[in-house]
Write a protein that binds this ligand. Structure first.
Ligand code: NAP
Length: 325
């Protein structure tokens, strides 16, 4: 029987890869996009014709309920969030409202409609915040350091409480950074891949960076959405830490990106103190052993392959002047 999945945040990076994955598995895919963000649907490219978009305000409980009652989704994925962490300092309340409010409303809807719908909450490694151990696993204490992380933690616990109190099949993936050619240019990986491509094509000359020693656990978005899906196919709903378990420095990122276009990064990269973030994480890196053991999940794409995918994509975009690069 054809399964139906409902995705909030379908127009984002993960929404794209998750839709692609679910469609390849024969799912009917529905997406919730607020009326004022309909222009984002263009980011789905050709997939937009294969999914059904509902123009629904995520703060409107009745409208959410109507969609769920009408379409009886087997699975709901809550991916909606303003995902660029520094932005959450500019609008802490808006971040909390969207992140926690959407999770709470969707969970309440599933409970009220009384369906067997399985629920996925997009949690974040940012919830670990000020870590005192590396790597982190499902038992690591949460010490969020920014409004985004605090909002994500609230949504995470709301999901846990709904599971414990009402017996919902609700899971969350505590995901580390995952990137792709669909990552917003606000993020360092895409900033670097775009710059390497642009300098190669003679469109720019210099890349200004912050701390080159900062380290991240960077995975590929397509691998990480596979983990989301696997969580909802498990026998028991649980939390899972999802990451590569490997740290790379920004310097390694820059070197790999420029290597893809045959350039020596040291000739083009300058450190600008303006981009130094005061609040760098130290050793925020996943221990994804539980996901490997229980879900059989492992990343398939290496750091070098990920960087290459991004740079080649950006080269093509810039050469062909494509919109939606
Ligand atoms: P993304 O590309 O930024 O996509 C976020 C989605 O949320 C988009 O559909 C976006 O709509 C929507 N959204 C943002 N602000 C909104 C608002 N005010 N009202 C309604 N919708 C709004 O993020 P992603 O990389 O796909 O991440 C998916 C989820 O995983 C997010 O919840 C993120 O916080 C979480 N996460 C991501 C990572 C990562 O490294 N990517 C790591 C851990 C957790 P528009 O397309 O219109 O902007």
């Amino acid at each position: 029987m054809t399964k139906t999945a409902l995705i909030a945040g379908i127009t984002g990076q993960d929404g794209y890869y998750l839709s692609e994955l679910l469609l390849s598995k024969g799912y009917r895919v529905l997406g919730l996009v607020p009326p004022e963000r309909q222009s984002s649907v263009v980011k789905l490219g050709a997939l937009a014709n294969q999914v059904e978009i509902y123009a629904v305000d995520l703060t409107d409980s009745e409208a959410l309920k109507e969609v769920v009652e009408q379409r009886h989704p087997d699975e709901i994925y809550n991916l909606a969030a303003p995902s660029f962490v520094p932005d959450s300092w500019n609008d802490p309340l808006g971040t909390l409202d969207l992140v926690t409010g959407t999770a709470t409303r969707l969970l309440a809807t599933v409970r009220e409609v009384g369906l067997e719908t399985r629920f996925y909450q997009a949690s974040s490694s940012e919830m670990f915040g000020q870590v005192d151990r590396s790597p982190q696993d499902e038992n690591t204490p949460f010490r969020p350091k920014n409004p985004y992380a605090a909002a994500k933690l609230h949504a995470h616990w709301t999901m846990v409480h709904h599971r414990q109190r009402y017996g919902l099949f609700a899971c969350s993936g505590i995901l580390y950074n995952h990137e792709s050619p669909r990552r917003s240019p606000s993020f360092v990986t895409r900033k670097v891949s775009m710059a390497a491509a642009s300098i190669k094509l003679g469109l720019s000359e210099v890349l200004e960076m912050g701390n080159l020693d900062a380290k991240r656990d960077w995975g590929y978005a397509s691998d990480h959405v596979e983990a989301m899906w696997r969580m909802l196919q498990a026998d028991v709903p649980e939390e899972y830490v999802i990451g590569t378990g490997k740290l790379h420095t920004v310097r390694e990122l820059v070197a790999a990106a420029f290597d893809c276009v045959g350039l020596d990064w040291q000739r083009y990269v300058v450190v600008n103190p303006k981009f130094l973030r005061a609040d760098e994480h130290f050793q925020l890196v996943a221990d994804p052993l539980k996901a490997k053991r229980q879900l059989g999940w492992e990343p398939q794409v290496s750091f070098e392959q990920l960087v290459e995918k991004m740079v080649l994509h950006d080269l093509e975009c810039l050469q062909t002047n494509l919109q939606n690069c």
